[in-house]
Design a protein around this ligand. Sequence first.
Ligand SMILES: Cc1cc2nc3c(=O)[nH]c(=O)nc-3n(C[C@H](O)[C@H](O)[C@H](O)COP(=O)(O)O)c2cc1C
Ligand code: SF4
Length: 434
Amino acid sequence: MSKLMPLLSANFGQITPTSVEEYIGTGGFTGLRKALKMTPQEIIDEVKTAKLRGRGGAGYPTGAKWQQLYDIKHFPKYIVCNADEGEPGTFKDKLFLEKDPLRVIEGMTIAGYVFNAQEGYIYIRGEYAAQQKVFQEAVDQAVAAGYLGENILGTEFSYHIHVMTGAGAYICGENSALLNSLEGKVGRPRVKPPHLAEVGLFEQPTLVNNVESFANIPTIVQIGGEKYLSYGTAESGGTKLICLSGNIANPGVYEIPFGITLRDIIFDEELGGGPAGSKKVKFYHLGGQSGPCGFLPQLDTPYCYQALREKGLSVGSGAIVVLDESVCVIDYLLTVTQFFIHESCGKCTPCREGNKQIHVLLEKLSQGKATKADLQLLQRLSNLLPKTSFCGLGQAAATALSTCLKNLRSEFEAHLTGNCPAGVCFTKQESGEQ
Ligand SMILES: Cc1cc2nc3c(=O)[nH]c(=O)nc-3n(C[C@H](O)[C@H](O)[C@H](O)COP(=O)(O)O)c2cc1C
Ligand code: SF4
């Protein structure tokens, strides 16, 4: 039986992305038409029944988030779609933007109707200039066809979507930094509480959801929450778009039902197809640079929020980077840490300085200069960052390190005695290179 489940991605490559007519031909806007005949609470109840969880990384239950905002009786409210997609190894929102933007527009419009909002914003990362163009064109076409803009489908509901550009900072994917950036301020995270549902964009109640989260909404409304839930597991409703990359035979984006195992994802011929070359899989990095690394004994874990969490793993953004035996864990973590040093906004000390110190210690390990005390300090820093950093970036920066320290300890210790099991470190010194 196929392990693919193209519930949301069925239109990819099949229709002209900006054609309202072709979108309608595949069942598009049926969700919106149905939603406009429902009460907002009925729609929220379907999202709750579906057990949809946010696809941006944190996995917060979308129904609960919608209920919180709905219960706040303060207007105007704003809808914001997070299309910053800055998490390395993650490239699935890009496909919605360029291959089926009308689905995202439909999801955002249903949200606009639920919260009686008149303005929606989509914040697209600057690197996605081509996708932004397609999305804007799709917005224009939807307005022209009466599915967006004034008096949508002849109702009293009017709703506009504004397409905005990010400037390439990873921190601007964090929802409060994103709102600051949208307001024209420096993209740094805000103190929470107050939560964005109360004080969000322009200090008004605001919904921030990921592109894939919004893309789910038309289907949930169309087929009902119960049916949608049945595609996944009892607690993780529906499907997930995963992004496979690294040392893998078939890199790419795949839509899978929740519940198949990590082994299926990495090794099944229809999906990852196993490692790219002759080397065996050593570990895999889940959910982007801020996610945990998984190891061989965890391969039979079902891919769903609960089962992964029980094993100290997570879905995160849906990224899965596979690393084979040619990869040195220290060398890999050096690149992860470089990313966080580059992207730290510098507001708080644990993240700004802690990542630099982690890098210093990893470099010492990679050069064969580290001591046991250095390894202990590395462990302490990996415990410290999640507890003391101001926002999610610093809180998650040492997650990969922690999981590797726990599961590949012997490889760290080997470096203390000048031995790199992957044969990556020390070769420069041995060959006399500078
Ligand atoms: C440093 C950082 C970067 C983030 N980047 C993104 C991103 O690129 N896209 C995204 O949807 N969520 C990102 N998030 C998560 C958002 O803060 C937020 O949880 C999400 O947009 C909520 O939508 P969801 O509930 O639909 O997942 C990031 C969080 C952090 C801490
Ligand atoms: S943890 Fe601190 S320094 Fe790092 S990005 Fe967040 S606020 Fe900025």
